[in-house]
Design a protein around this ligand. Structure first.
Ligand code: F6P
Length: 542
C-alpha cells in the first residue's frame, strides 16, 4: 500500500469510529472541543468543533495532506512551477498580491517588475477616473462604470464591490455578464452614455457573451458620442492584439498573464472596477489581507494552518462521510455574491474526474457548493438542512462588528447564525419535544401526533468562520482562505485545479447550433430533441 493509501485507510477508520457518535455525545465527552477544534489567524477564527470529527481524526487528515504531498505542491505553486500541467502554465495569482515571495520566476523571468508596474498603472487609472482627471469626452467626471465580463472576469469584482459598499466613494459601478440582452438593456436603461465608461474585461477577449455585450455597448455609446465613443472604453485582458482590434487605445488597456486563472484574477487588473469604486488604498489593503493569508499558508505547520484545516474538513465531509454538497451561508448581506464567487472558484477548480496524469480519480472530488445569505436562507431552504433526509454540511460566515450601528440588528443577525449552527448540531430530541409539549398542557394524543414532526435529529455538521469586521483587508484574507482551501483539496485529490475543459463542449455546441437557432438556410439540428425544440422556438419566436 502506498503512503497515500495508508493515510486514506486511517481516515476511513476514523470515520467509521465517529460516524455513530452524535455531536451531542462528542460535546458531552469533551466539553472543551472548541479549544482543540478551532484555529485562529489574527482576528479570523475557524470553529470546526461542530464537525463530526475529533483530534484523532484531524491528525489522520493532516497525515493524509502530508502523504498527498500538499507542502511540496504548495511550494511548487508559489515558486512559479508549471502546476497547471494540462495548459502548461504556472499558477501565480499569489504574486499579484506580493504573497509569492520575492523574485518569482516564470520560465527564468522575474514576473514581479511587470506585476508591480501593471498594478501601479491600473490603480493610477482608477484614481484618474475617480478624481475626474480622466474625463468624459465633454470634460466631465464619469458618474457610472459598466464592467462587461463573465465568470472570473465578473464574479470577483462584482462580489467585492458589493462586499465593500461602505468603502465605495467612487463612481457607481455596474456589472453585465449574461448574453441575455435583458442584462445589458436593463443595466444601460437608467444610464447616460455621455457620463458612462465601459470596461470590457476578458482574459481571452474572445468569450462569446462578453464580446457580444461589448459590441452592443459600443453601439450604445456611439449613438450618443459618435466616433469619440472609444474614449469611454477601457479593457482588461491578456490578449492585447484583440483589444487593439476592438479599438481600445493601449493607454486604457490593462494586461495580465496566462499564469492568472480567470477565477483567481480579482487581484489583477480584473479588479479595476473595484479599484474605481473604492480607490487604490483600499485595493492595496485587499491585496495586503490576501498576502497575510498567503504567508500563513506558506509557513504555518499543517496542523495549525487555516486553509489546510478548512480543506481537510471538506475532505472529511466529502470522502470520509460521503456528503456530496456544502451550503455556504454568509451572515452578511454584503456577501450576497460570495457563494456565487466561491462556486466558480471551487466547482470549476475541483469539479474533475481524472487525476493529474489522466487516470480516473479513486475518490469523490469537488462538492456541490451553493448558498445564500442568512437570515434569508433560514426562511427558505434551511428546513431541508434541519429535517431533510440528506446531511448538508454548512459553512457559516459572520463578522463581529457591523458597519451600521442600527439598534440591535447585528445582535439579532449573530444570534441567528450561532443558533442555526447549534440547532443543526444538537437538534431537539423527541423526548424533549414531548416534555415541552406536556409542560405546555398539550394532550397525550396531540403530543403523539406532533412530536415526530417537531423533533430535530441534530448531528448535522457546520463550521463557523468568524472575524472582526468586513473591510478590504479582511475580505482579501477571506478570499485567499477559500482559494488555498480549494488548492489543498485539489492537491489531496490529485487533480489539476487550474484548468476547466469541462466548460468547452457546451461553448462549441452553442456556436454550432447558432445558425439553426437563427433559422439560417441549410442549418441542421444535431438530434431529435433539439430539432423538436427548434421547431417550437421558431414557431413561437416569430
Ligand atoms: O466559463 C469558462 C471561463 O473560461 C472561465 O474560466 C472564465 O472565468 C470565463 O470563462 C471568462 O473568460 P474570459 O475572461 O476569457 O472572458
Amino acid at each position: 500500500m502506498s503512503t497515500v493509501e495508508t493515510a486514506w485507510t486511517r481516515v476511513q477508520a476514523e470515520a467509521e469510529r465517529l460516524r455513530p457518535q452524535h455531536l451531542r455525545a462528542l460535546f458531552q465527552a469533551d466539553p472543551g472541543r472548541f479549544d482543540t477544534l478551532s484555529a485562529r489567524l489574527d482576528d479570523l477564527l475557524i470553529d470546526f468543533s461542530k464537525e463530526k470529527l475529533d483530534a484523532d481524526a484531524v491528525a489522520a487528515l493532516v497525515d493524509l495532506a502530508e502523504a498527498a504531498g500538499v507542502p511540496a505542491k504548495r511550494d511548487a505553486m508559489f515558486a512559479g512551477e508549471i502546476v497547471n500541467v494540462t495548459e502548461r502554465r504556472a499558477v501565480l495569482h499569489t504574486a499579484l498580491r506580493g504573497g509569492a515571495g520575492a523574485d518569482v520566476l516564470v520560465g527564468g523571468q522575474d514576473v514581479m517588475p511587470e506585476v508591480n508596474e501593471t498594478l501601479d498603472r491600473f490603480l493610477a487609472f482608477a484614481e484618474d477616473v475617480r478624481e475626474g482627471r480622466y474625463t468624459t469626452v465633454s470634460g466631465a467626471p464619469f458618474t457610472d462604470v459598466v464592467n462587461i465580463g463573465i465568470g472570473g472576469s465578473d464574479l470577483g469584482p462584482a462580489m467585492a464591490v458589493q462586499a465593500l459598499a461602505p468603502y465605495h466613494d467612487g463612481p457607481r459601478v455596474h456589472f453585465v455578464s449574461n448574453v441575455d440582452g435583458a442584462h445589458l438593456a436593463d443595466t444601460l436603461k437608467p444610464l447616460d452614455a455621455a457620463h458612462t465608461m465601459i470596461v470590457v474585461a476578458s482574459k481571452t477577449f474572445t468569450t462569446l457573451e462578453t464580446m457580444t455585450n461589448a459590441n452592443s455597448a459600443r453601439i450604445w455609446l456611439e449613438t450618443t458620442l459618435g466616433a469619440a465613443a472609444g474614449d469611454h472604453v477601457a479593457a482588461v485582458s491578456t490578449n492585447l492584439a484583440a483589444t487593439r482590434e476592438f479599438g481600445v487605445g493601449d493607454e486604457r488597456v490593462f494586461g495580465f498573464w496566462d499564469w492568472v486563472g480567470g477565477r483567481y484574477s480579482l487581484w489583477s487588473a480584473i479588479g479595476l472596477p473595484l479599484a474605481i469604486a473604492v480607490g487604490a488604498d483600499d485595493f492595496r489593503a485587499l491585496l495586503g489581507g490576501a498576502r497575510g493569508m498567503d504567508e500563513h499558508f506558506r509557513t504555518a505547520p499543517l496542523a495549525q494552518n487555516l486553509p489546510v484545516l478548512f480543506a481537510l474538513i471538506g475532505v472529511w465531509r466529502r470522502n470520509a462521510m460521503g456528503w456530496p454538497t456544502v451550503g455556504l451561508m454568509p451572515y452578511d448581506q454584503r456577501l450576497a455574491r460570495f457563494p456565487a464567487y466561491v462556486q466558480q472558484m471551487d466547482m470549476e477548480s475541483n469539479g474533475k474526474r481524472v487525476q493529474i496524469d489522466g487516470a480516473a480519480v479513486t475518490t469523490a472530488t469537488g462538492p456541490i457548493l451553493w448558498g445564500e445569505p442568512g437570515t434569508n436562507s433560514q426562511h427558505s431552504f434551511f428546513q431541508l438542512i434541519h429535517q431533510g433526509t440528506d446531511v448538508v454540511p454548512v459553512d457559516f460566515i459572520l463578522g463581529a462588528r457591523p458597519h451600521e450601528q442600527m439598534g440591535d440588528h447585528h445582535a439579532k443577525l449573530a444570534a441567528n447564525a450561532m443558533a442555526q449552527s447549534a440547532a443543526l448540531a444538537f437538534g431537539r430530541s423527541e423526548d424533549e419535544v414531548r416534555a415541552e409539549m406536556a409542560a405546555a398542557g398539550a394532550s397525550a394524543g396531540e403530543i403523539d401526533r406532533l412530536a415526530p414532526h417537531r423533533s430535530f435529529p441534530g448531528d448535522r455538521p457546520s463550521t463557523m468562520i468568524l472575524y472582526r469586521q468586513l473591510d478590504p483587508a479582511s475580505l482579501g484574507r477571506l478570499i485567499a482562505l477559500f482559494e488555498h482551501k480549494v488548492f489543498v483539496q485539489g492537491a489531496v485529490w490529485n487533480v489539476n485545479s487550474f484548468d476547466q475543459w469541462g466548460v468547452e463542449l457546451g461553448k462549441v455546441l452553442a456556436q454550432r447550433l447558432l445558425p439553426a437557432v437563427k433559422g439560417e438556410a441549410g442549418a441542421q439540428a444535431p438530434d431529435g430533441s433539439t430539432a423538436g425544440l427548434l421547431a417550437h422556438f421558431a414557431a413561437w419566436g416569430n
